[in-house]
Write a protein that binds this ligand. Structure first.
Ligand code: BGC
Length: 755
């Protein structure tokens, strides 16, 4: 770059910096003047976040919200959307309160708003941050066109226990992949400029460590070392903060014996001081009153703890509203704490431009064009295709050949409701394309055989439990035996059977932990009956967590994991099954052989007695290997890829060097395809024990049949750093291994060292 260009560039950066400063000064002045007019009660009102209307996470606890809005006792609401509904409440705030402060409108936009994308676990299997960012942008655009200005996403909780139902909402087990995707979500929702009327505040959650609940049970106790936190669980939250996320939601669990919602170390020392987060902190749903059950004291006491820890908005609990003023008057909480919290709420509103135009997000015309438009539906299909993971494909059973007689069997072949998964409150499942209707649209009616084969769930107790919470699971008129008999007869007429089986959407998500994570018994029974026909079987799975699939793996020819794929799932699945699209997804979470292996994750430690099948006193089970059924990073393609030897730019690097790692990847099969090339490292000797592998880079390469490419990754000393016992982020000189390959297990390796 010439010197002249450089100085023009520098000037532009300075001007931008100055403009940003000017903006902040203006905002601060505006808010200071406004706050001078506010009473203590009005300031506390800004901290109140009740739920109004449609509610997915429990009974509607917030009473008389409209009256409270008129009295200035509400800062924002959630679970209300559509321009008309939002306008109605915003008018109350703007026209009927003394200070006319507009409301925030939040909602759980988790994997799309009206157009539903695959569940986040599925999106993470794309290993495609740019795509995830596009889905978040589309979701933000739709939410904004529906009156919303705040989304409670991304959920970035690292999860190693597939029993936990909420693994469906996150990006799986890996801190590096999780961090890349956290950044992508934040950038997608928030865009570059809040002042645009189609960008929304994102909210990273659940801060922190919510994914590490004991025994995979939701809301359960978390207890972990600082080292594990810093090295393994905190990176995705930090990535979201670094990407500029506007808000943070605290988690239900405890950390070091203190619930996150009362945890000063977490919110003050780590989040505010170390990470320099200057946005808004909101609790989770009734997170404050729940601290009484945690054993932290009565409602007033937990309110005091929550305020002093640094929570700023009280979601649904209304504890601040009830006790905030009293706590200040009695000296338990400083006025300055309330002022700082109120300022952060007002800043969020200011940044969104709500003081200029409280109805910025209320636009009927935009609502009509932005929601479920062609581009968003196309993106939903693209994301669904790219999220699918081909777990097994013996004898090239897939792709299917249209000329063959194919029987589609299973309770999910014609199903629409489950396709959009959990946390799809504003989604309309009736607009979801089922596999069956996609097949009919593509190939014409009557082309394929069909049998339902089984109910989704036969177990009456489980069915009731799910249906009590809108599970929408119905029973067929036919008996389970008859369903199977019909299915077997149908299968006998076919050349290939495609069995579409899985979980009900309500079996994943919040409060949906399972102790056994296989297919429901009745569906497995169906599959076993189909197996007896001797026909080749393709198992198409819909589910929201890693399942245990040992029998399935040993007995069916092909397995395609499709998650809950969203609005366009049926079309996407049909295109993949018939080879119009080639699957390229890779697992972001390990699939165990059985539940006894859980928690299971690829980046574990070696232990002093690593697994050795032939030695008794090593770290292992008597009855199964340590290895999972499908490892992290696994995912096949209709084509095959070969990996050359790894070439390093140098065998030894110093702190100042970059290390180039190059591998030739070739498409050696019969289809064009996309491969996700994965790079892991291992630090062989450390001042603390180090994982056997850590993902450090990945790249998706598109290769035509017969084509080869050199893929080069650049590592620097920063990629070798970790938190040591003093919680210093350091790289220690010594020997390392670098691995490159198609999954966390199938890799080539070479050694290098850091001087
Ligand atoms: C969940 C959050 C969610 C909130 C609001 C809670 O129960 O844990 O993830 O954002 O409800 O619906």
């Amino acid at each position: 770059m010439s010197r002249k260009l450089l100085s023009v560039g520098l000037l532009a950066v300075c001007l931008q910096g100055q403009a940003q400063l000017d903006k902040e000064v203006k905002m601060n002045q505006y808010i200071t003047i406004l706050m001078q007019k506010m009473t203590l009660e009005e300031k506390i009102g800004q901290l109140n976040l009740p739920s109004v209307g449609f509610d997915v996470t429990g009974p509607i606890l917030s009473q008389g919200v409209e009256e409270k809005i008129k009295k200035g006792l509400v800062g924002g609401v959630f679970n209300t959307y559509t321009p008309a509904a939002v306008r109605k409440l915003q008018e109350l705030a703007v026209n009927e309160t003394r200070l006319k402060i507009p409301l925030l409108f939040g909602y759980d936009v988790i994997h799309g708003h009206r157009t539903i994308f695959p569940i986040p676990l599925g999106l993470s299997a794309t290993w495609d941050p740019a795509l995830v960012q596009r889905t978040a942008r589309a979701a933000g655009d739709e939410a904004a066109a529906d009156g919303l200005n705040w989304v409670y996403s991304p959920m970035v909780d690292i999860a190693r226990d597939p029993r936990w139902g909420r693994v469906s909402e996150g990006a799986g087990e890996d801190p590096y992949l999780g961090s890349q995707l956290a950044t992508a979500y934040v950038k997608g929702y928030q865009g570059n400029d809040f002042i645009l009327d189609n960008t929304v505040l994102a909210c990273v959650k659940h801060f922190a460590l919510y994914g590490a609940g004991e025994a995979g049970r939701d809301y359960n106790t978390v207890d972990m070392s600082r080292l594990r936190m810093y090295n393994e669980y905190l990176p995705p939250y930090k990535a979201a903060i670094d990407a500029g996320v506007a808000t943070v939601m605290t988690s239900f669990n405890e950390i070091d014996g203190v619930p996150a919602t009362a945890n000063k170390w977490l919110l003050q020392d780590l989040l505010r001081k170390q990470w320099k987060f200057n946005g808004l902190i909101v609790t989770d749903y009734t997170g404050i009153p729940e601290m009484s059950a945690h054993g932290m004291g009565d409602a007033k006491k937990v309110g005091e703890l929550a305020l002093n820890a640094g929570n700023e908005m009280d979601m649904v609990g209304e504890v601040f509203l009830k006790y905030g003023a009293e706590l200040v008057k009695s000296g338990k909480v400083d006025q300055a704490v309330i002022d700082a919290a109120c300022r952060n709420v007002l800043e969020a509103k200011y940044k969104l431009g709500l003081f200029d135009d409280p109805y910025r997000y209320v636009n009927e015309a935009r609502n009509k064009t932005a929601i479920m438009n062609e581009a968003k539906l196309a993106l939903s299909k693209e994301a669904a295709i790219k999220s699918m993971v081909l777990l097994k494909n013996a004898n090239n059973t897939l792709p299917l050949q249209a000329g063959k007689k194919i029987a589609f069997i299973g309770p999910l072949v014609q199903d629409q409701r489950n396709l959009i998964g959990n946390w799809s409150g504003a989604g309309d499942w009736k607009k979801a394309v089922s596999i069956w209707s996609a097949l009919e649209q593509k190939y014409g009616a009557g082309k394929f055989l069909y049998a339902k084969g089984a109910n989704l769930i036969d177990d009456p107790a489980l069915r009731k439990r799910l249906n009590d919470h809108d599970g929408q699971i119905t029973l067929d008129e036919k008996s389970p035996e008859q369903l199977i008999t019909d299915a077997v007869q149908t299968a006998q007429q076919a050349d290939v059977v495609v069995a579409v089986l899985g979980e009900a959407f309500g079996m994943t998500g919040e409060a949906a932990s399972r102790s056994m994570i296989g297919l429901p018994d009745n569906q497995l029974e169906l599959l076993k009956a189909l197996k007896k026909t001797g026909k080749p079987i393709v198992l198409v799975l819909m589910n929201g967590r890693p399942l245990t699939l040992q029998w399935e793996n040993d007995n069916v020819e092909a397995i395609l994991e499709t998650w809950f794929g969203g609005t366009q799932a049926g079309t996407a699945i049909a295109e993949v099954l018939f080879g119009e699209a080639n699957p390229s997804g890779k697992l972001s979470m390990t699939f165990p052989r059985n539940v006894g292996q859980v928690p299971i994750y690829y980046n574990h430690k070696n232990t002093g007695r690593p697994f050795d099948e032939n030695q008794k006193y090593t770290s292992k089970y008597l009855d199964i290997p340590n290895s999972p059924l499908y490892p992290f990073g696994h995912g096949l393609s209709y084509t095959t890829f070969s990996y050359g030897e790894i070439k390093l730019s140098k065998p030894t690097i110093t702190n100042a060097d970059k290390l180039q790692v190059t591998v030739r990847v070739e498409n050696t099969g019969n289809f064009d395809g996309v491969e996700t090339v994965q790079l892991y490292i291992r630090d062989l000797v450390g001042s603390i024990t180090r994982p056997v592998k850590e993902l450090k880079r990945f790249e998706k390469v598109s290769l035509k049949k017969g084509e080869g490419k050199d893929v080069t990754f650049t590592l620097s000393v920063d990629d070798l750093k970790f938190y040591n016992t003093d919680l210093k982020f350091v790289a220690e000189p010594g020997d390392f291994k670098v691995f490159v390959g198609t999954s966390s297990e199938q890799v080539k390796e070479v050694a290098f060292s850091l001087k």
